[in-house]
Design a protein around this ligand. Sequence first.
Ligand SMILES: Cc1cc2nc3c(=O)[nH]c(=O)nc-3n(C[C@H](O)[C@H](O)[C@H](O)COP(=O)(O)OP(=O)(O)OC[C@H]3O[C@@H](n4cnc5c(N)ncnc54)[C@H](O)[C@@H]3O)c2cc1C
Length: 370
Amino acid sequence: MIAKPTIGIAGGGLLGCLLAWRLLRQGCKVSVYERDALTMNRSAGWTAAGMISPLSELVSAEPCIFEWGMASLRMWPEWIKALEEDSGCTVAYRQLGSIVVAHPRDQSELRQFKQALNYKLRQHPTESPLMGHLEEPDTPALRAMEPSLSASLGAGLFLPNEAQVHSRELLSALRVAVRKQGGAWYADHDVRTVEPGRLHIGADKKTFDWTIDVRGMGAQAQQKGLRGVRGEVMLIESKEVHFQRPIRLMHPRYKLYVVPRNTNQLFIGATEIEAEDYSPISLQSSLELGSALYTLNPALAEARILETASNCRPTLPDNLPRIDLQPGYLSINGLYRHGYLLAPALIQQSLSQLPFQDTRDTASHRRSAR
Ligand SMILES: Cc1cc2nc3c(=O)[nH]c(=O)nc-3n(C[C@H](O)[C@H](O)[C@H](O)COP(=O)(O)OP(=O)(O)OC[C@H]3O[C@@H](n4cnc5c(N)ncnc54)[C@H](O)[C@@H]3O)c2cc1C
């Protein structure tokens, strides 16, 4: 058992930030090497909507994604509380459930989604049946929950336990917490190769007790079969339309989601394109995103576009995450569209297998239990 191990982390995106923070809490000496400059945010984690939606994803994902997702859903509230304490920053986390709706002419999409979800839920019952249940609110009930939803939408589905985290607030708070806890952050450091106990950065070799490869798409040379799945998003501002919870709009061609962000802001995403393409959002996508939005509320036509962005989700051939653990080396990759959904559970599972003494976390848990 190593008492105070030195850890070199390659990649400071979602996994890199979370791992650095958790390992510092365990009393490790952590250095993060990030390719981007401090002011740059090109990680998939920064572009992401931050939905934590194991039920919505169950329809199209493997059961293990649902199980890890449910485990993460239970862990996030405690992690966010601890992170806010460690960083002094606020991180918006809401567990108010999510809503699935469809335009009246696309009701068959909604019915199909409901049937597929119910079928999968019967096959994979959760420990607590309450966690995995869905409701079917009628139009008045739906509008009572979300008064901004257009009355023409009809009934929908309500998935009561799903959550969302403000991805950018989370990543910013993690960086602050890493710094405050004495972690070293090396921006502008492109890690070429990660070996057990060694990071290759340019002509330099840095040596540690353990190295962790969480470079996402940047690990392509070392991760066989890793590909990028492009996603496009928009941040809009509307003074008239306000949602409390993520809304998914079923559509024959694309599945649109709208996630409330800061006051008056909505984060919109939809496209999943099998291409490693980091170019700006296409005109077609922006038109489709925009026109689908009117379905939720015609007043969104007056919304202002604050930002558009695109990025690639690191994805392995089976669309599942992969944890590779060897003496002195850990790699986690392939989180695809499930980074926020899976990260706490995957990190806990990985760290529980490392031979480190968990000194500080245990002490702080004892303190908070008093
Ligand atoms: C549009 C979009 C929407 C999404 N929405 C959601 C969602 O709602 N819910 C959800 O659960 N997931 C969502 N995701 C998926 C989620 O963002 C990813 O699964 C997650 O970010 C993967 O985490 P990661 O740490 O492996 O990769 P990243 O977050 O991409 O981090 C990798 C980091 O490594 C750095 N790096 C790369 N190469 C090098 C190198 N050579 N040296 C040093 N550093 C390097 C990168 O700069 C980056 O900072 C979304 C993704 C996209 C693109």
